[in-house]
Design a protein around this ligand. Structure first.
Ligand SMILES: [Mg+2]
Length: 251
């Protein structure tokens, strides 16, 4: 594959394990990729999470001006200019919407019976991230092993998603990571973020590439098929790193 002018990556399960920092090897591969092309990263997390997982792991001389961050599933876009992350856009939910969404999530947990809010959790379960409200079923700081164990066949997340979407017809309700559901404004999803970034950079969608670990049906990356970008599915961060390396040896 020739080197695309823009490569976009999902974060959890693609560049890193869920909520973990980039590995040293991945940080190195990504920083070399940034010297040859533009890179976008799109995920359900908020900006601080991106800085922690990605930016702070990169070598000090990384070409951050070639890196574009799309937190909260593409509801916002940040670029690095004049030594700081500048907001290009952010589609914010109001506090009132956020409170209503939280209420609906709690009711859905009760109705489906798959999640008990009175049981102990690892940190907050519902987080308002400006442009998104996220349910993390076990809490924001739950250990990966517990998260992987909670819903391996996605049945619990699907049940929650269905009921929440039914009760929030004016919002977009998507399965996020291993234990999470993301609620954004209607029409905001990874496809929206991908489109906005291509537009911002003046790169035709078919020239850009999206790399993710959940491009299949109901997967967290599936929305990207609504755009015209090329896609590549990976099975793990290791697989992604090998794929990145394949572009670096071409140079
Ligand atoms: Mg993923």
């Amino acid at each position: 594959m020739p080197l695309p002018p823009l490569i976009m990556f999902d974060l959890d399960g693609t560049l890193t394990e869920s909520k973990q920092p980039l590995s040293r090897e991945m940080a190195w591969a990504l920083s070399r990729l940034l010297t040859v092309t533009k890179v976008g990263i799109i995920s359900g997390g908020a900006l601080p999470q991106f800085l922690l997982q990605v930016v702070e792991q990169l070598p000090a001389d990384a070409r951050l001006e070639n890196l574009y961050l799309l937190p909260t599933s593409g509801a916002a876009l940040f670029e690095y200019r004049n030594g700081d992350w500048q907001k290009v856009y952010e589609e914010r939910l109001s506090e009132k919407d956020a409170a209503h969404i939280a209420e609906v999530i709690r009711a859905a947990a009760k109705e489906t019976g798959v999640l008990d809010f009175s049981s102990p959790s690892w940190g907050e379960r519902i987080e308002y991230r400006g442009s998104q409200v996220t349910l993390s079923a076990l809490g924001q700081q739950a250990p990966i092993i517990e998260k992987k164990r909670w819903d391996p066949d996605r049945a619990k997340k699907r049940a929650l998603q269905e009921v929440i979407a039914r009760d929030l017809p004016d919002f977009s309700v998507k399965i996020g990571g291993t234990t999470s559901i993301d609620v954004t404004m209607q029409g905001i999803d990874k496809a929206y973020g991908v489109r906005r970034l291509c537009e911002r950079l003046g790169i035709p969608e078919p020239d850009a590439l999206y790399v993710g670990d959940e491009l299949g049906k109901d997967g967290n990356d599936e929305a990207v098929f609504k755009t015209a970008v090329e896609t590549h599915e990976v099975s793990s961060p290791e697989d992604t790193r090998a794929f990145i390396e394949s572009f670096l040896v071409q140079k």
